[in-house]
Design a protein around this ligand. Structure first.
Ligand SMILES: C[S@@+](CC[C@H](N)C(=O)[O-])C[C@H]1O[C@@H](n2cnc3c(N)ncnc32)[C@H](O)[C@@H]1O
Length: 223
């Protein structure tokens, strides 16, 4: 699995020190036991773990954000802040904006901040971390237009999070959801919602391990 790190990093524009940090974090993340929120393990086991998006998925998300010029991004589920670094790199390189990161575990939030500090100004300055339950922290003060939403949170929170962010999605906004194959049972409602054209999305699932759903908000079909 660690063999996926270098090809992923080769897809990303970043300083040597940021690439070194990503290499270190991905290596640690890939050597921990897997955790999927829909499996039998209690959520408490994830407290000490990265549960990070795999390097190739991070690279795809980064490239999609670069291609779409995303400048206002919401990340549902931040953990130790690995995927957030990719989001912030893309936002910064697209001209600047904001990545709203979300985490309800204070210890994880502190670790994320520590990692972002090590990336320096070019990454850290684009990130606003909202600590607490995402159902509260995303209730207010979202950007007028959101260009992308990364749903990498426990499956049960995916639909409520989409409901909070959807009113702000611009036409063409990306909604990316991790583990839709591995966690299919937990994502049933969300996938049915994204598949129903009346809800304004078109989507496909990239066959990475666990599955990565990429949806585009094309808007209300009746508009
Ligand atoms: C899969 S991890 C995120 C990994 C991260 N995107 C990365 O790639 O590095 C999901 C995170 O969501 C957090 N989480 C779970 N429930 C939450 C809630 N109600 N509000 C905010 N964050 C929550 C968990 O603590 C966990 O760290």
């Amino acid at each position: 699995m660690t063999s996926t790190i270098e090809p992923a990093l080769a897809s990303v524009v970043a300083s040597p020190s940021t690439l070194a940090l990503l290499r270190e974090l991905h290596t640690a993340a890939l050597t921990e036991p897997a955790y999927v929120s829909t499996d039998e393990q209690p959520a408490s086991v994830a407290l000490e773990r990265f549960v990070a998006l795999e390097p190739d998925k991070c690279a795809l998300v980064y490239l999609l954000l670069r291609a779409s010029g995303a400048r206002h991004v919401v990340e549902a589920g931040t953990s130790f802040g690995v995927s957030t670094i990719y989001l912030a790199l893309a936002v910064g390189q697209n001209g600047g904006g904001k990545v709203i990161a979300t985490e309800n575990e204070p210890v994880k939030a502190a670790r994320a901040r520590e990692h972002w500090r090590r990336t320096g100004e070019n990454v850290e300055k684009w990130i606003e971390l909202r600590e607490g339950d995402i159902c509260e922290t995303l209730k207010a003060d979202l950007p007028e237009k959101v260009d992308a939403l990364l749903l990498d949170i426990w499956a049960v929170l995916a639909m409520p999070t989409l409901a909070l962010v959807k009113p702000r999605l611009r036409i063409g906004a990306l909604v990316i959801v991790d583990n839709v194959i591995a966690g299919a049972a937990g994502y049933k409602d969300l996938l049915l919602y994204l598949d129903d054209p009346n809800n304004g999305f078109r989507s496909t699932t990239a066959p990475y391990p666990g599955g990565l759903c990429v949806a585009v908000y094309v808007g209300d079909v009746n508009a």
